[in-house]
Design a protein around this ligand. Structure first.
Ligand code: AMP
Length: 470
C-alpha cells in the first residue's frame, strides 16, 4: 500500500515524498481514510508509530478544501500535554503543509504571551496548544472557536497524568458541539475511556500495537546494580560500547542535573533537559543533541515527552519510573518508525517494586545482564513469572504539585536509597573484580555464560546475561 491510494491530494503527497516516506505506517493506513471520511477517531498508538502524520495529513487535506480562518479563529485545535510535543506537532504541520496555503501556529506557556496573541490576530487554520496557555489566550479574547472544525487530543493519557483534566473539560465546553474529534493515546486506561465518552461520537477505534505492550523492535535489557554505582556503570556502558547518542531518563530534575554534570566531568558531553530549564535552554539542548554536538541528553519524563529524534539508538533508564506506563513512553523514544533500538535500565534493589509493575504492564520479563565490576551488593530480587491473567490496575493520575506546572516530580530523596530488604538472596559471585576488558574480565564473562547456558549472544560489551530471572 502506498500513500497515493489513501485519498491525499498532490501537494500533500509531494510533502510526504520530500520527507522520504515510502509506505504509510499502520496507524497512517487506518487513521488517514477514517479522518478524511469525517469520522471521530480513538487511536491507541505509541509515539514513534507515525501517529502525527496519521492525523496531520488528513486534517490538512480537509482544511485545504474549506474556508480560510477568520480573525482570531482557529479551524483545527491540537492539544498536547507539553511544550516540546506542541513544538514537534507544529513542525510536522508546517512540514506536511508546506505546499498548501494554510496557516498554523504553536502556543504554550513559559514564554511571552503577546507574540502569540499577535499571531492569532489574523486567525489560523491549525492551532497547536498546551491547555493552560490556550485558556489564558481565550480569556484574553485572543482566540475564538466559532469556526472550529476538528479537535485533536494528542497523548491524552499524559494529559490526565499531568492533571490537565479540568483544563480539558473547560476547553471542551468552549468548542462548538458539531465538530470532528480525534483522540490519540499510548495507553487506554479506564480514565481515558471516561474522558473519551464525553468527547468522541461513535468513533472508529484504531489500535496499532497491543494495549500496553512495548515496541517490539526495541531490545530491552536491564543491569542490576547498586544505586551509588549507577553513574559509573553508565559511563562504562557508554565508553565500552561507544554509544554516540543516548537519551538517559532520570526520575527527578536534580538527579538529571547531577548526572549530566558527572558525565561531563568524565569527558562525556551531556546536557540535562527538564521543566526548570527555560524554553530557550530546552530547545538549545535538543538541537545540540539532534545535531550530534551533545552526546548524552539527560531528561525527566515530562521534558522528554514529544522529543522526536529519528532513529535514536539508545535509551537508558537511569532510574525506573514510578508510573509503569512511563517505561513504555520512554522506550518508545527508540526504534521509532521501523528503526531498531536498545533500551537499557539500571535497576537497584530499591526499585524492585517499580520493576515488577513494569514487567506486569508489558507482560514480559526484562532480560537481566550483569556487568563485570558492577555486581550489586544489594541484589535485585528475582522477578516472578508474568501470568497472563493478572493485568495491572490502572493508576489514578497524580495531581501535580503547585509550582510544577508541567507536572515534574521533585524530591529525589522522597524514595530512600535502601534496598527493600526482602528476598535479597545472593544468587551469583559478587567478588569479581576488574573491568569489562582484559583477561580476567573475559574469564569472568565466560564463566558466567557457562553457568547460564541459555544466554544469547549479540549483547553489548561487558554485559553478561543471567538466566535466573524467573
Ligand atoms: P510520531 O509517532 O508521529 O512521533 O512519528 C515518529 C517518526 O516517524 C517521525 O520522525 C516521523 O518523521 C517518522 N515517520 C512518520 N511517518 C513515516 C512513514 N510513513 N515512513 C517513515 N517514517 C515516518
Amino acid at each position: 500500500m502506498t500513500f497515493d491510494s489513501l485519498g491525499l491530494s498532490a501537494p500533500l503527497l509531494k510533502a510526504v515524498a520530500e520527507q522520504g516516506y515510502e509506505t504509510p505506517t499502520p496507524i497512517q493506513l487506518q487513521a488517514i481514510p477514517a479522518v478524511l471520511a469525517g469520522k471521530d477517531v480513538m487511536a491507541a498508538a505509541q509515539t514513534g508509530t507515525g501517529k502525527t502524520a496519521g492525523f496531520t495529513l488528513p486534517i490538512l487535506e480537509i482544511l485545504s478544501k474549506g474556508e480560510r480562518a477568520h480573525a482570531n479563529q482557529a479551524r483545527v485545535l491540537v492539544l498536547t500535554p507539553t511544550r516540546e510535543l506542541a513544538a514537534q506537532v507544529g513542525t510536522s504541520v508546517a512540514t506536511y503543509g508546506r505546499n498548501l496555503r494554510l496557516s498554523s501556529t504553536v502556543v504554550f506557556g513559559g514564554v511571552k504571551i503577546n507574540p502569540q496573541m499577535m499571531k492569532l490576530r489574523k486567525g489560523v487554520d491549525v492551532l497547536v496548544a498546551t491547555p493552560g496557555r490556550l485558556l489564558d489566550l481565550y480569556n484574553q479574547k485572543a482566540v475564538k472557536f466559532k469556526q472550529l472544525e476538528i479537535l485533536v487530543l494528542d497523548e491524552a493519557d499524559r494529559m490526565l497524568d499531568m492533571g490537565f483534566i479540568h483544563d480539558i473539560k473547560k476547553i471542551l465546553a468552549l468548542l462548538p458541539a458539531k465538530r470532528q474529534n480525534l483522540m490519540f493515546s499510548a495507553t487506554f486506561s479506564d480514565d481515558i475511556r471516561t474522558l473519551a465518552k464525553g468527547m468522541v461520537n461513535n468513533p472508529v477505534e484504531i489500535s496499532v500495537s497491543p494495549r500496553n505492550t512495548t515496541v517490539e523492535a526495541v531490545e530491552q535489557w536491564l543491569c542490576p546494580v547498586d544505586k551509588k554505582q549507577k553513574s559509573a556503570l553508565l559511563t562504562r556502558l557508554i565508553q565500552d560500547n561507544e554509544w554516540q547518542q543516548v537519551l538517559v531518563f532520570c526520575r527527578t530534575k536534580h538527579g538529571a542535573n547531577r548526572l549530566a554534570r558527572q558525565l561531563d566531568t568524565r569527558g562525556i558531553q551531556a546536557v540535562a533537559i527538564h521543566g526548570n530549564k527555560s524554553q530557550g535552554a530546552r530547545t538549545k539542548a535538543l538541537s545540540g543533541f539532534k545535531n550530534g554536538r551533545t552526546r548524552i541528553l539527560v531528561a525527566t519524563d515530562i521534558a522528554a515527552r514529544g522529543l522526536d529524534i529519528d532513529q535514536l539508538p539508545h535509551v537508558v533508564n537511569f532510574d525506573l519510573p514510578n508510573v509503569p506506563e512511563d517505561y513504555v513512553h520512554r522506550i518508545g523514544r527508540t526504534a521509532r518508525a521501523g528503526a531498531s533500538g536498545e533500551a537499557v535500565s539500571l535497576v537497584s534493589a530499591d526499585e524492585h517494586k517499580q520493576l515488577v509493575d513494569i514487567e506486569r504492564l508489558i507482560r514480559q520479563q526484562i532480560e537481566r545482564r550483569y556487568i563485570d565490576g558492577f555486581d550489586p551488593v544489594h541484589d535485585l530480587p528475582v522477578s516472578r513469572p508474568i501470568s497472563e491473567d493478572r493485568a495491572p490496575r490502572p493508576r489514578r493520575p497524580k495531581k501535580p504539585k503547585p509550582g510544577h506546572s508541567d507536572g515534574q516530580r521533585s524530591g529525589e530523596n522522597a524514595r530512600g536509597h535502601k534496598p527493600s530488604g526482602k528476598n535479597r538472596k545472593h544468587t551469583g559471585n559478587r567478588n569479581q573484580a576488574g573491568g569489562g576488558s582484559g583477561d580476567n574480565a573475559n574469564k569472568n564473562r565466560r564463566s558466567r555464560r557457562n553457568r547460564n547456558p541459555g544466554s544469547a549472544g549479540g549483547q553489548s560489551a561487558g554485559a553478561v546475561q543471567r538466566g535466573s530471572n524467573r
